[in-house]
Design a protein around this ligand. Structure first.
Ligand code: PHE
Length: 463
């Protein structure tokens, strides 16, 4: 058992720090890269509408549920489940969910984070200057399918992440999030302005905001659910891990909602950067997939600031740097999940467990990176490593984990324990408590079950 002093060192120093760190985990490439990619591939506005609904009715309540479990338990995920269940040791198994998911998600996330690092270095060396849209596409294609360069960047990102995680919670995570989050927001707003000033911006807005429900199929619904979970980092115990560092005066419901609002805004704003630009650049299609963001952004910078290369240079450099930082605050939370597990379980120093997990992720990450090039044809169920890992995490583990958490807190945990945690022992009012409890007891589990049942073809209520 840790001493009280040691425990305090592990708590976030301030309430703001705690929210920012959770928001730092949530806001990342999931918003700026995955959201536009998924929106483009799933037909636009109708997908967004379903995604926002899922954010509100599924992902946010599940995030609060993770907060509740983590802060109550004040321990690793498995132990927190045991404590919250009133001592049932069988729940310890839940501790494996964050370990497996953390490793899988970091391995493929680091590939995209590595791409952003490469783009930062390109921006630094002014390589975007004076090129056409076709050049950007060709260069992206050549880079992402290269067997060496993206693999190296993937390793760099993972090792950097490892460095921060090894430093520990307060010094590494909280400080980073505090500086980076507000800056990122500011830059995103500026870029939205730039993008909206492009010639065919209105077509992008139509794509984003005029829903065509004939495009809604069961896979669109599953993707929207996956995106909501991924974007908020919920269902795999990541926020549970962070919440064990929360202080007792954090208002879980209120702060959870704040994180959700920040996260959804960043995603929607990213859509507002990308799609007006897509329609203004000849030859680009909204369903271009993972390359979308990487081909569009350099174009936006060059087109909008064609008269002032210095501004174009500085804007692209700072923006890519911010993207790297946003990716880092998320990847840190991924690595933290498994590193904390191994260091507590085997009583080894944090640095050792972090390093060991990082190495595993570098190996798996290389497989994912290669699946864009030389290993394109190595597929499982029709998916390469990258797509497979993403599918397992966002469309399987997250919803299933979320389902179990809802059933656990909604049906198994003592009602009083839950109420106590939500109201900080009666110190605060939690007006939405009743709605929250209804959602996690009935709505969320049923909704997740129906979406899976439909996808598996048990019965079809959607196309
Ligand atoms: N939510 C993060 C993002 O949007 C990704 C993430 C997933 C982080 C799972 C932690 C755990 O980029």
């Amino acid at each position: 058992m840790k001493s009280q002093k040691q425990q305090n060192k592990n708590l976030f120093a301030s309430k703001v720090g705690a929210i920012l760190a959770a928001a730092g985990s949530a806001v990342g490439l999931g918003n700026v890269w995955r959201f536009p990619t998924e929106t483009g591939e799933n037909g636009g506005a109708a997908f967004i509408l379903i995604y926002v609904l899922f954010m509100l009715l599924l992902a946010t309540p599940i995030m609060v549920t993770e907060f509740v479990i983590g802060r109550h338990g004040q321990s690793s995920v498995g132990e927190s489940f045991v404590k919250m269940s009133g001592g049932n040791k069988a729940w310890r198994w839940m501790g494996l969910l964050p370990v497996v998911s953390g490793i899988l998600v970091l391995s493929y996330y680091a590939v995209i984070a590595g791409w952003t690092m490469h783009y930062t270095s390109e921006a630094l060396m002014n390589h975007f200057y004076g090129k056409t849209a076709a050049d950007y596409s060709a260069e992206f294609e050549a880079f992402s399918s290269d067997p060496v360069r993206p693999v190296i960047w993937t390793a760099v990102i993972i090792l950097l992440t490892g460095g921060v995680v090894a430093l520990g919670v307060q010094k590494g995570i909280e400080r980073g999030a505090k500086v980076m989050m507000p800056l990122l927001f500011l830059f995103i707003i500026i870029l939205v302005g730039c993008s909206l000033s492009l010639p065919d911006a209105s077509k992008g807005l139509t794509f984003l905001f005029r829903p065509d429900f004939s495009k809604v199929t069961s896979s669109v619904v599953l993707s929207a659910m996956g995106q909501a979970f991924f974007s908020l980092s919920v269902g795999i115990g990541c926020l549970c891990t962070y919440a064990c560092y929360f202080q007792k005066n954090v208002d879980l419901m209120h702060d959870g909602m704040k994180v959700a609002v920040i996260d959804t805004s960043v995603a929607l704003l990213s859509g507002l950067i990308i799609f007006p630009a897509v329609y203004s650049i000849p030859g680009l299609q909204p369903d271009a997939g993972p390359s979308l963001v990487f081909v569009t952004l350099p174009n936006v910078f060059q087109q909008v600031f064609s008269d002032s290369p210095v501004i174009a240079y500085s804007m692209s450099l700072v923006f890519y740097l911010l993207l790297v930082m946003a990716a880092l605050t998320s990847s840190i939370s991924m690595l933290e999940m498994s590193s904390v597990y191994f260091s507590t379980k085997f009583k080894i120093p944090r640095v050792v467990s972090t390093f060991a997990v990082s190495i595993v992720c570098v190996v798996l990450g290389s497989f994912c990176s290669l699946s864009f090039g030389d290993w394109k044809d190595v597929t499982f169920f029709g998916m390469g490593f990258f797509d497979l890992f993403d599918f397992i995490v966002a469309k399987l583990l997250m919803p299933i984990g979320g389902f179990i958490m809802c059933v656990f807190v909604g049906w198994i945990v003592d009602k009083e324990v839950l109420k106590n945690e939500m109201t900080n022992g009666g110190a605060i009012k939690s007006p939405l408590y009743v709605v929250y409890r209804f959602i996690i007891r009935y709505f969320a589990p049923l909704c997740i079950f129906l979406i899976f049942a439909n996808e598996l073809g048990w019965f079809k209520w959607l196309m």
